[in-house]
Design a protein around this ligand. Structure first.
Ligand code: BGC
Length: 694
């Protein structure tokens, strides 16, 4: 009882936690409606777009409606208003997905939520959850990989973490932002089933779990700009999924006043280029739109702000700006995200001795560029060089800009660690990146190989890279992603064996650009816009010709395409090595009510050290009613097991795990065919199977 009283006191008075995600109540709606009734038309129109310095909403001081402060996301709180500020730098979205641990995602979300509260920020512009369709998309690093189930689970945990702090999370970019090239002038085109099975589920799950905001994408969808796309916003988000909170545009992605006013969009950011008085008044006067359309937008905004209690929010002085709790969350994510792809002869963990560290990312904290960048760096950052040097003891680390050529210098070295990859200039928003590593990096790795020493390559990137020139010759490859402020410490702990690597690929590592079926199935076509432009929008007048990108691979994205197209990837989705080994046994599949099943199995750590296994459950329809992917991820659990330890788990698969999207009924439908339940360590390393008939 005493403990309970203490916890209640702590929660109430620390202000650091809220018990649950705020939900919009009828009272919130009534209060919002009452406020809207008191607003003038001019105030209402101003209220539905951003205000000064790009990250504020418009205040209506007369009614006590204060401005709301927004900030990017997703790797931490990037700025206060338009000014970049130091804040905890967490690993990128792809690393959070690669942890395959919901607790990691929740921890990062909680940390970001607290960092936001400490700075008076009410809306975080994250997470980004667009599907990883190919390696080149410049924003893959911000997103959660190729699988809608993994992305949904991780993203919802992250969103819960943020929103439990009373901060609104924004899921973005709705939808199909799968390339950055031509992002203002490209339309992503896919059929209804593909969208519902691959590109919608993460957004939908977030909506069903109470996300407070949705941001539309720059790219168009099936020929209509996302912010002006009624089918996306009014029909799918609102009507089908019941979204009651706010929909905002991406920064400068509205093209016509009428399209923006009627799509279901509530807030144009960062300013009212389309949604302003000058543009909307004639539409209202001529009866093209009604004032009630504007009222509805204002109500969506206000009821969200009221539910989250963020009208008039100030920085919370009880939460430290430089918060040790946030650092701990950043470390946990940094140590669980990296994926070990290769470890020939058990070269890792490093056994000690003289280690030479080279490469552009060896004594630098790389980060992806654009709105998700975390710059300036928070004071607490550790580069790989600092992290490895701090190990001390048997590890003698030197850093050089290149490979020494003198035999006398080389003789003393035992290992060479080469830190390569991209950075803010080579992997970023508003551009796609190269598949090959930036200039000179392949050559550096090859020079390291030529010394005859053991070579460990650490790659910082937002996805797959071209390793064809050296993959066979190096001893180990560790994908670090963008690992955040704790990068060096976490990677040193993995390389030295203090912690076993535990990340798994959240996408298919094809091994060459041509192997990814998307590389040959996607066609660009011209789309000539017939849009009208707002009178005061010089910027938008330039945009007249568009391109279509057709998603001809349909639902067969990533590992779903492996069997379908008959291409063998270099490393499968879900793959990743540890310093141990695991056995799977005793699979049991039991039907539970309706069309759900319980999948029970045992995992045993059979190796030499404590490590984590990511047990993955896939569902394979054996004789489906329509052509479906060979198997799809429907459950996973990360299990931390000591040496020799076993654990039996039960994962429940709901009916939706056996359903597909039916174009005829425009809805998900259960497929009463024969199924095979697959349990294993990756999409292609299946250890246990059991057939199931409903
Ligand atoms: C990005 C968004 C971001 C916004 C505000 C845009 O360029 O696409 O993801 O939230 O800028 O910085």
């Amino acid at each position: 009882m005493k403990k309970l009283a203490f916890i209640t006191f702590f929660v109430l008075f620390s202000g650091l936690m809220q018990a649950s995600v705020p939900v919009i109540t009828q009272e919130d709606k009534d209060q919002a409606a009452a406020l809207v009734k008191q607003m003038t038309l001019q105030e209402k129109i101003s209220f539905i777009s951003g205000w000064k310095d790009k990250f504020y909403t418009f205040p209506v001081e007369r009614l006590g409606i204060k401005s709301i402060l927004l900030a990017d996301g997703p790797q931490g709180v990037r700025s206060i208003g338009d000014k970049a500020e130091n804040s905890t730098y967490y690993p990128c979205g792809l690393a959070v997905a690669a942890s395959w641990n919901r607790d990691v995602a929740y921890g990062v979300g909680t940390g970001i939520g607290q960092d936001a509260r400490a700075r008076g920020i009410s809306i975080m512009l994250c997470p980004g959850v667009n599907i990883y369709r190919n390696a080149l998309c410049g924003r893959n690093f911000e997103y959660y990989g190729e699988d809608p189930y993994l992305a949904s689970e991780q993203a919802v945990s992250y969103i819960n973490g943020i929103q439990e702090q009373g901060v609104i999370a924004t899921i973005k970019h709705f939808c199909m932002n799968n390339q950055e090239y031509s992002r203002h002038t490209v339309s992503s085109n896919a059929d209804e089933r593909t969208m519902n099975e691959i590109y919608f589920p993460t957004f939908r799950k977030a909506v069903e779990n109470g996300v407070g905001a949705v941001m539309t994408s720059y790219n168009g969808v099936n020929g209509v700009h996302s912010a002006e796309n009624q089918w996306l916003i009014k029909y799918n988000l609102r009507e089908r999924w019941g979204f009651q909170s706010l929909v905002m545009s991406d920064w400068r992605s509205n093209y016509t006043p009428l399209g923006s006013a009627t799509s279901g969009l509530d807030l144009e950011m960062p300013m009212g280029y389309a949604l302003n008085y000058e543009n909307l008044k004639p539409l209202l006067d001529n009866g093209v739109i009604a004032e009630s359309d504007i009222d509805e937008k204002c109500r969506h905004l206000l009821q969200t702000y009221i539910a989250f209690g963020c009208l008039g929010r100030e920085p919370d002085p009880r939460i430290p700006l430089d918060n040790p709790e946030s650092h701990a969350k950043a470390y946990k994510a940094a140590v669980e995200g990296p994926v070990l792809l290769k470890n020939a002869g058990g070269v890792l963990p490093l056994k000690g001795g003289k280690i030479l560290l080279v490469g552009p990312n060896a004594d630098y904290i790389p980060f992806g560029g654009g709105s998700g960048r975390m710059y300036p760096f928070p004071e607490r950052t550790t580069t790989l060089y600092q992290g490895l040097s701090a190990l001390g003891g048997k590890y003698k680390v030197t850093f050089r800009s290149g490979i020494p050529t003198k035999p006398s210098e080389l003789d003393k070295i035992q290992y060479i660690v080469v830190a390569v990859g991209y950075n803010k200039d080579t992997e970023k928003e508003d551009a796609d990146r190269t598949y090959a590593l930036p200039a000179g990096q392949d050559e550096l790795i090859q020079a390291a190989v030529a010394t005859g020493k053991k070579v460990i390559v650490v790659v910082y990137s937002g996805g797959e890279v071209d390793m064809t020139k050296w993959a066979d010759q190096v001893d180990a490859v560790l994908m670090a992603w963008y690992t955040g402020q704790e990068s060096g410490r976490a990677l040193a702990d993995i390389l030295s064996g203090k912690v076993s690597p535990s990340g798994r690929l959240p996408f298919t590592f094809w091994g060459s650009w041509e192997k990814n079926p998307v590389s040959r199935l996607s066609y660009n076509r011209q789309w000539i816009s017939t849009k009208l432009y707002g009178a005061n929008q010089k910027f938008l007048k330039r945009v007249a010709a568009y391109e279509y990108v057709d998603y001809n691979e349909g639902v067969f994205v990533g590992y779903r395409g492996v069997e379908h197209f008959g291409v063998e990837p270099l490393y499968a989705f879900g793959y990743g090595l540890t310093y141990s080994s695991f056995d799977y046994s005793n699979l049991r599949v039991d039907k539970v009510d309706g069309h759900g099943v319980n999948v029970t199995f045992t995992v045993t750590n059979t190796g030499r050290c404590a490590a984590a296994e990511v047990a993955q459950v896939y569902v394979a329809p054996v004789n489906p009613s329509i052509i479906r992917p060979d198997h799809e991820l429907k459950g996973y659990e990360k299990l931390f097991l000591g040496k020799g330890e076993s654990h039996t788990i039960t994962l429940t698969l709901p009916e939706s795990a056996f359903s597909y999207y039916d174009k005829g009924s425009h809805d998900w439908t259960f497929d009463p065919c024969k199924y095979r339940i697959l349990v294993g360590a990756s999409a292609s390393d299946i250890r246990l199977t059991e057939d199931l008939l409903f």
